[in-house]
Design a protein around this ligand. Structure first.
Ligand SMILES: [Zn+2]
Ligand SMILES: [Zn+2]
Length: 269
């Protein structure tokens, strides 16, 4: 049985490979390792490349030390825009990060763009608009590459309406837009929801949703160990759901959906 976590972070300052080993021991077999802020600030190309190389070397290390299939998503966290006093400058750097991610993906050194998006906290109209433009930029890049984009945004349901409208403008295949930390809803306008894999949340997804992926959004933050779900939770949730008879939904979330959305092969050995 393949157990795939669609959104997993590892931090060189956190437990890093040890957390991946916990995931594997609990039954995990594949994961999408997603960019997170590693440097204190990102001012331009050199910093962006440094962060991406850090993530790719962590991915390599996990592959060396475990049997986990590791896929990577490169991007810049939308909260980074708040680090710039000049919103235009922030937007320029975030879009540059997307362009650089696109180069890595074109060279097959990474699989997807992410996470990018718009802040989940209240921001000014100006920041919201700039963030929407960054999202559009990412969707256009992904459309050209035929890859997926992992989006971080507020979790209100209207987020789907907005993202869908931007996807229409960019012309991206909507299933390739993954809304991570998705609310449990089927009203996704054709975008792909990724659901946090606590047991109660994932169970209600199985009961009410047609299509979804599961994620931990494991943060690897040793300062807040209880603040997020740990690396073992998703595999445990999956096993419980199987015992509860949700084979079909779970099988789809673990294999068919990720293969289709990310264009990856989880079944070859
Ligand atoms: Zn996020
Ligand atoms: Zn995340």
């Amino acid at each position: 049985m393949i157990i795939f976590d669609a959104h997993f972070h590892l931090d060189p300052a956190g437990r890093c490979v040890e957390a991946a080993k916990d995931f594997e021991r609990a039954g995990g077999s594949a994961l999408m390792l997603v960019s997170m802020p590693y440097l204190r600030a990102v001012r331009g190309k050199e910093d962006i490349i440094e962060e991406y190389e850090m993530l790719l070397s962590i991915a390599e290390k996990v592959r060396r030390e475990t049997h986990i299939k590791v896929f990577t998503a490169l991007g810049i966290h939308p909260a980074r825009i708040s680090e710039f006093s000049d919103v235009e400058e922030g937007k320029r750097v975030l879009e540059e990060a997307i362009d650089i991610a696109a180069d890595y993906i074109a060279e097959k050194r990474a699989c997807a763009i992410g996470e990018i998006g718009r802040p989940h906290y209240d921001v000014s109209e100006e920041v919201l608009e700039a963030s929407n433009e960054v999202i559009e930029h990412a969707f256009e890049a992904a459309k050209d590459l035929g890859c997926a984009v992992i989006v971080h945004s507020e979790s209100a349901e209207r987020t789907y309406e907005d993202l869908s409208r931007i996807a229409d403008i960019a012309g991206i295949d909507k299933k390739r837009v993954v809304k991570h930390f998705s609310p449990v809803t089927d009203d996704t306008h054709g975008l792909t929801p990724s659901i946090i894999a606590t047991h109660s949340n994932a169970r209600s997804a199985c009961e009410t949703m047609r299509k979804f992926m599961l994620e931990s959004d494991y943060m690897d933050d040793t300062n807040r160990p209880g603040a997020v779900i740990g690396p073992r939770t998703l595999p445990r949730t999956v096993k419980k759901l199987l015992e509860e008879g949700f084979e079909e939904k779970v099988g789809r979330a673990m294999t068919d959906m990720p293969e289709e959305v990310f264009g990856i092969d989880l079944q070859d050995s």
